[in-house]
Design a protein around this ligand. Structure first.
Ligand code: ADP
Length: 670
């Protein structure tokens, strides 16, 4: 059996003068406690109490009070929808279990009727408030939303209203527990409920105590309730403003971090801002991967009088704190390094603590999608340990997240930049390719075509002319072959498709090979005098022999091309102070304008322009040399005092560690 009529609706219908009002659950709790206190204070009579709870769990919170109330009266009725073991019973007082879908499950009633006073509370939960509270609770789980549940109904000390409420509730009780009809009838008669005539004894009491209501418990309860509400409000306000302050801080630090797309700048700003806001003695932020053995400290915030860690190699290997961060994927804190087993158990960590006076220590990982990108560290170096507050830790976590996102963003930007540069380079190559196919290849091709056509169409051509035609076609096809070969070599070098075979070499041998290659190639032209000045005590160099000979040959070849036969070419090699051998190919030829010293290494650069070139060549030689030299970790550059002042091309090669040095030799060759 379940009853769907609402007691509140019935009341409002029966007593139309009543105006329902909105109550928070906390207020109703205060009012009902005051009503119950009134009963507890009564000594002479046995008041009637009818209480209806929406659910058994709400009743449970009050059960102990009802046991005390039962000592004061034998007319106590408690109604509730059962959840676990609330059943109809008559042990201390009458318990009435109503069906969970009874309209009573939406309502909250308390009726107290004595001879000299009567109060009642008849309310129904506002369903809209339930949904709203659920949303709020999800948003801020810390807030006590139960106290903010809202009810609409009446609370009054008007006797007639209380009698009506008792009458309606008695009807429910009898419906669920008909065996209580007799007991209820006694109460009806005693208090004149449902138009019953009040019995003689009751009537005498009524006249004795009439209007003797003690309002004290109500006042007390309401003041306590007000105080408690005020306190809760204050607490909520404090937590909201702390939250807002944290958000503002995170925002301002994030904005500062996000202003840059340079990872170094991001780490620098983040360390500064975070350290400053938290008043830490030292704040370090560094890049680190899970497998790193150490990190070089490049960014830190320092407060006054604290030892700097800049430039230090910060140990990560065998560092229990770092290991814990990596394993757990979460930050670690050391409240007091003096009393921490992780610190005392590691000699290395203890030395760091002593040397840098770290008393309290926090390590927070900077993670992005599970990948460790770096670490944020906070050190407090005072005499007393620092008490880590939840707010501070939250802030560090929030900032670490922001740093992670900013670093990834910066990385993505850098990749994009690199990709852009690669695309630009590709575009340049493409246009260069178009240019050379347009000019470099077309010109010799048309020459070849003209020659071959003439040979084919004029069978009577004199033999000498025939020979000239054939030689021209052959020379131009050779030029085309070289161009294509150089272009492919450069493309392979640039795209990293070249396999290097580094070996220990004596430079003299490579120079000899390069020179003999040039001489076999240039048999007809008269070459300038070539001198070599190779330090005999020169250590062995480490490079790919074929490519080293290629660089030497190209530089000497250029020197021969741009120096008149009466000029001079010198090949020098010495050890420089950077543990490298520096090779110089110097000539006394046409020289290079100072503003061209860098661009001569660009692809297809030729001073006179491809159209007017008289010296042959492809304009790719120096670009190829730069790729080769950079490949073994060396540098290449040009020096010249300008036009007709001769040129010097220098490049460096790494030496083989611990190799023997030889005496200087000076050799002239023609
Ligand atoms: P090329 O096939 O034209 O020699 P390179 O890349 O080797 O192509 O050289 C590019 C340009 O640099 C040359 O065309 C020339 O203008 C200049 N250059 C190279 N070597 C010398 C040198 N020893 N003296 C003067 N100019 C030089």
């Amino acid at each position: 059996m379940s009853i769907s009529t609402s007691v509140l609706s019935d009341m409002l219908q029966a007593l139309p003068h009543l105006r329902p009002q909105l109550y928070f659950k906390a207020s109703l709790t205060a009012l009902s406690h005051a009503m119950e206190d009134q009963v507890l204070a009564a000594t002479l009579e046995q008041p009637l109490v009818i209480a209806s709870f929406q659910r058994e769990r709400f009743y449970r919170q009050e059960a102990h009070r009802y046991q005390r109330l039962a000592l004061r009266s034998n007319q106590i009725y408690v109604l509730s929808a059962p959840e676990t073991d609330f059943t109809n019973s008559s042990e201390y007082y009458e318990k009435i279990a109503f069906e969970p879908d009874d309209a009573l499950s939406q309502e909250w009633h308390l009726v107290v009727i004595a001879q000299n006073y009567a109060t009642c509370l008849v309310c129904r939960e506002s369903l809209g408030s339930l949904a709203k509270n659920r949303q709020l609770r999800e948003l801020s789980p810390g807030l006590d939303m139960d106290a903010a549940r809202r009810f609409e109904g009446i609370w009054t000390a008007e006797r007639g209203v209380s009698l009506k409420a008792a009458e309606l509730l008695f009807e429910r009780i009898v419906a669920y527990r008909p065996e209580l009809a007799g007991k209820i009838e006694q109460a009806r008669q005693r208090f004149g409920i449902g138009g019953r005539k009040i019995d003689a004894e009751a009537s005498q009491l009524l006249s004795e105590y009439a209007c003797d209501i003690d309002t004290d418990p109500f006042v007390q309860r309401l003041v306590t309730y007000l105080q408690a509400s005020q306190y809760k409000l204050h607490k909520a306000y404090r937590s909201i403003s702390a939250q807002a302050r944290k958000e503002r801080l995170v925002n301002s630090i994030s904005t500062a971090i996000r202003r840059s797309l340079n990872p170094q700048e991001i780490l620098k700003v983040a360390a500064q801002e975070l350290g400053q806001h938290l008043g830490a003695c030292r704040c370090l932020i560094y890049r680190a991967q899970a497998t790193d053995t150490q990190a070089i400290i490049e960014h830190e915030f320092l407060s006054f009088n604290v030892l700097s860690l800049l430039g230090h190699a910060w140990p990560l290997e065998n560092n229990p704190l770092f290991e814990e961060v990596v394993v757990q994927g979460e930050g670690v804190r050391v409240a007091d390094t003096v009393n921490d087993s992780r610190v005392s158990g590691s000699k290395a960590l203890w030395q760091i603590v002593e040397r840098f006076a770290i008393r309290s220590w926090l390590m927070e990982p900077v993670v992005f999608q599970g990948r460790l990108l770096g670490i944020v560290e906070l050190h407090y170096c005072g005499e007393n340990p620092h008490d880590w507050q939840a707010g501070e830790i939250d802030l560090v976590k929030a900032i670490a997240t922001q740093i992670g996102a900013a670093l990834i963003q910066a990385e993505a930007y850098a990749n994009l930049e690199e990709l852009n540069q690669q695309l630009e380079a590709l575009d340049r190559t493409r246009s260069n390719l178009i240019a050379i196919t347009g000019h470099e290849l077309r010109t010799p091709l048309s020459t070849i075509q003209v020659c071959l056509e003439s040979l084919a169409s004029e069978p009577d051509m004199p033999l000498e002319l025939r020979q000239v035609m054939l030689n021209t076609a052959l020379a131009d096809s050779d030029r085309m072959r070289k161009l294509i070969q150089d272009f492919l070599t450069l493309s392979n070098l640039e795209s990293g498709r070249v396999e290097w075979h580094p070996e220990s070499l004596t430079l003299q041998e490579c120079v000899d090979l390069a020179l003999s290659r040039i001489r076999t190639r240039m048999t007809t032209d008269k070459l300038p005098e070539i001198t070599t000045e190779i330090a005999r005590n020169l250590p062995l160099v480490r490079a790919d022999g074929d490519w080293l000979v290629e660089v030497l040959a190209k530089l000497v070849d250029n020197a021969c091309k741009f120096t008149p036969p009466e000029g001079q070419i010198t090949i020098k090699a010495t050890r420089n102070n950077k543990q490298m051998v520096e090779v110089t190919v110097a000539d006394t030829g046409r020289g290079i304008e100072p503003n061209r010293l860098e661009v001569v290494f660009d692809r297809f650069y030729q001073e006179e322009g491809a159209l007017r070139r008289s010296t042959g060549g492809t304009g790719l030689g120096l670009a190829i040399c730069r790729q080769i030299v950079n490949g073994w970790g060396g540098e290449i550059w040009a020096e010249s005092n300008g036009k007709n002042q001769g040129s010097e091309f220098h490049f460096t090669i790494p030496i083989v560690e611990g190799s023997q040095e030889q005496k200087t030799s000076k050799v002239k060759s023609q």
